[in-house]
Design a protein around this ligand. Structure first.
Ligand SMILES: [Ca+2]
Ligand SMILES: [Ca+2]
Length: 365
């Protein structure tokens, strides 16, 4: 009796074993799309000269790939597919050698994409791949020419930060692929590619003065307010000092020095506003802190407070008599109870003398 049971059990085990071995073909498990470039997370966008790999869970049957896969470029780039037999991925290639800056590539993987064992994708998948911008150092407004107008974005995006340019940050005049900053326009302003907009970026303008390129994405100049009108004379002074120190003594350097010299040499009195003034905070958006600057023509009682979007008081930064002239205060993103506040829009309000000013700022964590 016992012998029969053992035989029976062996038989059952054999059948189960065989079933497990053949089951993927009888009941396909389904092929899975895995990731881009076999990474758990990738940067938000790809560089124009980067290789894009589309990874799956199994080795692909490449004959099923092209009939079932489509790419679409928002900028009409000519795209192809590349693969090597035995791999779990295929690559997306631009026929032009590099992708178009700021392109969006929509990939559709059809249900018929299969692995070498015949398992198919089952559910079709569609996703977008974003391509980053390219920077020509010094053309900070990205309009295709380097000239004195490229100084102004330095003041506007002063102290903005973003990804360091991956391809050896430098000032050489050539297409330099990079990742988009949160504020896209600030990407172009970081002329030296070190991840922050600061005075040294003037050297990119000086080095490449008068150079031209085809403008990939012409930008409007609607926000190029001369930064001196914003009371930011100190930017001009810092930029001027950095310009003198630029290692490459180019003709552009002299042109820019001539432009900035009268501004930095003006006596402070002629630069001062006539009336109470409150400037836009900088940087903005900001994380973790930002500076608010205001001007009082005479000694005044001042209240400067931050409110959230529902109008609730977050913190009072100043509530006292302040001397005439420029004053600035740094808000570190904390409320009156020293708690860090969350990302979002905040308002700062200045009551000085009989004047009230309110401006908006954005905390981005
Ligand atoms: Ca320009
Ligand atoms: Ca920089």
């Amino acid at each position: 009796m016992e012998i029969i049971n053992v035989k029976k059990i062996c038989k059952i085990l054999l059948i189960v074993g065989l079933f497990i071995i053949i089951s993927p073909n009888v009941f396909p498990q389904g092929l899975t799309y895995d990731s881009l470039n076999n990474a758990s997370s990738v940067n938000e966008d790809f560089l124009v000269n980067q290789t894009i790999q589309v990874w799956f869970g199994e080795i692909l049957n490449f004959s099923t790939l092209s009939p079932n896969t489509t790419f679409e470029s928002a900028k009409s780039d000519a795209l192809s597919m590349g693969f090597t037999i035995g791999n779990k991925y295929f690559t997306i290639i631009s026929d032009n050698g590099s992708f178009k800056p700021l392109d969006t590539i929509t990939v559709t993987l059809g249900s018929g994409v299969a692995d070498t064992r015949g398992n198919t994708l089952g559910t079709p998948q569609t996703f977008d791949i974003l391509i980053g911008p390219v920077v020509y150092p010094g053309d900070t407004d990205n309009n295709g020419v380097v000239d004195e107008r490229d100084i102004l974005p330095l003041g506007i995006f002063w102290q903005y930060s973003g990804p360091v340019r991956p391809d050896n940050p430098n000032l050489i005049w050539r297409m330099q692929p990079t990742y988009s900053w949160t504020a896209l326009r600030a990407t172009y302003v970081d002329a030296d590619g070190n991840g922050i907009v600061e005075a040294h970026d003037i050297c990119g303008i000086a080095n490449n003065f008068d150079r031209t390129k085809i403008a990939f994405t012409p930008e409007k100049d609607d926000i190029l307010i001369p930064f001196l009108k914003q009371g930011d004379r100190k930017f001009a002074t810092q930029i001027y000092a950095a310009l003198i120190d630029c290692s490459n003594k180019s003709t552009g350097q002299q042109v820019l020095l001539d432009i900035l010299e009268p501004i930095v040499n003006q006596s402070p009195a002629t630069m001062l506003p006539d009336d109470f003034t409150m400037n836009q905070n900088y940087p903005n958006p900001f994380n973790p802190s930002t500076t608010i600057e205001f001007y009082l023509p005479k000694e005044s009682q001042v209240t400067l407070s931050v409110y959230n979007i529902t109008g609730q008081l977050v913190i009072t930064l100043i509530d006292q008599k302040m001397p005439s002239g420029y004053s600035e205060v740094v808000w570190d993103g904390q409320d009156n109870n020293n708690n860090n506040v969350s990302s979002g829009i905040y308002f700062y309000r200045l009551d000085a003398g009989d004047k009230t000013f309110t401006k908006r700022m954005l905390l981005l964590k």
